[in-house]
Design a protein around this ligand. Structure first.
Ligand SMILES: Cc1cc2nc3c(=O)[nH]c(=O)nc-3n(C[C@H](O)[C@H](O)[C@H](O)COP(=O)(O)OP(=O)(O)OC[C@H]3O[C@@H](n4cnc5c(N)ncnc54)[C@H](O)[C@@H]3O)c2cc1C
Length: 402
């Protein structure tokens, strides 16, 4: 229960979307332009994990690929614990959402008019649409510009939602804190798009705003959560001594272009462990690194990208190249120290295939939702795809209702 006396905004909104990552922003943009929408976020619109994404968005985008192959890679990586119907929904709706992003002028990397596709761990083929190694930032900047042009969307930044308000069994709004003031906004439809739990861990790749709020909001409103133990640890965060809890990520796409993992003796240890070597699924690579670190009593392993030329690396991965250079690492000459750290949550708030939770009027999409497309371990670059496909479906369900 919201414990304070509150002054509610006069006119109710048709929809309140909580979170300005890809799931929240894409939902808001796909809502009917006749509906009055409030988009609330904890810091600036650009503060989200979505803006930090480097690698890209997976989808079936080439002739050598197929829906069956993408489904098979997703299921195998998830140890077949995924919901296959939801995985099919994710995969088969993927290409049309990438077309929508292209139509909205997202500047994906192109070559001869075709999308330049990257490869990441556990993908059988190249299928990742990308904008250099700053896909998230570029996609989010493009979509946020569109949000700012939409007269029907009101944005409330630096505002933390603290409660989902209920009238009887139905959602009736949100309570929040903005600039030390408490406020409430009315709406019969609320979309939770608050992301995961990374900042609950000592070391994480996640943005500072990602503290698991959506889960506590849902629980306080009476929902139960599923598979909250299913946390994915990314194998290659940059190891830096004395850094804060947020670590810089070295995208899996670097291994997709040929980099390999080595131990302190220079041994390429993944070759004996998995047929895909350094490009094995994340949980397998992370497990192997952790065992090695314990056995060798070391704090990190190394990523060897020295087979790539400076020209290639700095153009393909400009953000990574610049960050490493700024701390004295030349990635094309030196081995890069890397360590696993908390990255993604596969569990969350159970939803149906249109993002409906068990509470009337409450929807969830993106990392906060448990669609079970990822099973026990997420396939790389499937999460931004999930934000697009299920964000769109939440908007469609609400449009229909309105
Ligand atoms: C460094 C990094 C790289 C990644 N690279 C990729 C990649 O290449 N491809 C891929 O598919 N996935 C990638 N991922 C995963 C992917 O980015 C996330 O799973 C996805 O962006 C989640 O999107 P979202 O919209 O659900 O949540 P987020 O993008 O995390 O957004 C959550 C939003 O909710 C807001 N919020 C939270 N709590 C509250 C509250 N109480 N009140 C108001 N607002 C609140 C936050 O401020 C934020 O705006 C990466 C993740 C990280 C951290």
């Amino acid at each position: 229960m919201f414990p304070y006396k509150i002054e509610a905004d006069e006119a109710p909104f048709d929809v309140i979307v909580i979170g300005s990552g890809l799931a929240g922003v894409y939902t808001a943009l796909n809502l009917d332009e006749k509906s009055r929408v409030l988009l609330v976020c904890k810091k600036s619109l650009l503060n989200s994990n979505s803006s930090l994404a480097q690698g890209g968005i997976a989808a079936v985008l080439s002739k050598e690929d197929s829906y069956d192959l993408h489904v098979a890679d997703t299921m195998k990586t998830g140890h077949y614990e995924n919901d296959e119907m939801m995985v099919r929904c994710l995969v088969e709706n993927g290409p049309k959402e990438i077309s929508q992003l292209l139509a909205w002028q997202v500047p994906f990397d192109l070559e001869g008019g075709e999308l330049c596709l990257a490869r990441e761990g556990a993908h059988s083929v190249r299928r990742i649409a990308r904008c250099g190694d700053h896909t998230g930032r570029t996609v989010m900047e493009t979509l946020i510009e569109k949000i700012q042009d939409r007269a029907n969307i009101t944005v409330l930044e630096y505002t933390t939602v603290t409660d989902i308000l209920m009238t009887g069994d139905r959602v009736s709004g949100v309570g929040c804190i903005n600039d030390n003031k408490i406020a409430a906004y009315k709406s019969r439809r609320v979309v939770l798009a608050t992301g995961g739990v990374g900042q609950l861990f000592r070391h994480t790749t996640n943005d500072e705003t990602i503290t698991g709020d959506g889960f506590s909001l849902a629980q306080k409103a009476g929902l139960t959560l599923e598979r909250m133990d299913a946390v994915q640890f990314h194998p290659t965060a940059l190891f830096e001594r004395g850094t804060s809890s947020k670590r810089f990520l070295i995208s899996e796409a670097v291994r997709g272009e040929g980099a390999v993992l080595r131990d302190y003796e220079g041994h390429e240890f993944m070759t004996g462990i998995h047929e895909m070597g350094s490009l094995a699924p994340r949980d397998i690579v992370t497990g192997a690194i952790n065992r090695l670190l314990l056995a060798q009593e070391k704090a990190h392993v190394f990523l060897d990208a020295t087979t790539m030329t400076k020209d290639f690396f700095s153009k393909r991965f400009p953000t990574i190249y610049q960050y490493c250079s700024s701390i004295g690492i030349d990635v094309t000459q030196d081995y890069v120290p890397v360590v696993p750290c908390a990255h993604y949550l596969m569990g969350g708030i159970p939803v149906d295939d249109f993002g409906r939770t068990a509470l009337e009027g409450l929807y969830a999409c993106g990392e906060v939702a448990y669609t079970n497309v990822h099973g026990a371990n997420r396939l790389a670059s499937n999460s931004l795809l999930e934000c697009l496909v299920f964000g769109k479906r939440v908007a469609e369900a609400i449009n229909k209702e309105l």
